[in-house]
Design a protein around this ligand. Sequence first.
Ligand code: SF4
Length: 64
Amino acid sequence: MRIKLDNEKCQGHGRCYALAPDLFDADDEGYAVLLVSGDVPADQEALATLAADNCPEYAITIEA
Ligand code: SF4
């Protein structure tokens, strides 16, 4: 599983890094920064899906 973050859609609501702080961080303005570049660790996959499902801007997509 991989995460794709669309920085142009992100509005900085912060749900992703609140729900999955090992996968996402915030930049100085509150916009999301992806912390993983390759495959999501198996124990983080559920949180990756949760973050994607909770992003109001649909900025996070999951690739199998
Ligand atoms: S939840 Fe979505 S809009 Fe909010 S910071 Fe994360 S990626 Fe950006």
